[in-house]
Ligand binder design. Sequence first.
Ligand code: G16
Ligand code: MG
Length: 214
Amino acid sequence: KIKACIFDLDGVIVDTAVYHYQAWKRLANQLGFDFTEHDNEQLKGVSRVRSLEIILAIGGVTKAEAEREELATLKNTWYVDMIGKMTPDEILPGAKEFLIACRDAGLKTALGSASKNSMMILDKVGITDLFDAIVDGNKVSAAKPDPEVFIKGAAELGVEPSECVVFEDAIAGVEAGKNGGMKVVGIGQPEVLTKADIVLTGLDKMTLDLLDTL
Ligand code: G16
Ligand code: MG
């Protein structure tokens, strides 16, 4: 019996990937190379530090650890400036409605995100109150596909992993949910999210009835 839903943030609740992209592109350009929207796909669900490593590899640039830290911080400053201007109308279709439906049905809800900025984003779009637990990049040490973020979410909610459904848009995130022994609803394309139990185009297609079929 499903008792809880755990949601990824970027790509499931909001599209912060566009802001990550703009900030990373600005950084890449400053370093003297371009960074395309196609390249940006590789960064979805990936941590800030790992994202920078991928970008430097794309540009064929090597930087010492201390400078990498400075560059990641610089990118984050730009990113935070942008998400600081986010508004509730940026919530993806159906996300808020499904969170409310979960709550009304007595299901617990948690956030399971790699982002260290998740609290600010939830606050700006006005849905912090709809989560019983928030597990993000500040609380976890192992990146997806390690299930740590979702296991911690289940633990904070006081439910078993087998009683949870994870909603994820990234391949590594879907794998993290499955590695944690959870049901996974992929948000995106079935050809990409092959390990998900079902794949939907968005939370606007999700219903409480579907939860029991997983
Ligand atoms: C998100 C994004 C990633 C980003 C990561 C860390 O993950 O998909 O592109 O690199 O968070 O974000 P920050 O730099 O804010 O700590 P998720 O797990 O919410 O999809
Ligand atoms: Mg995501």
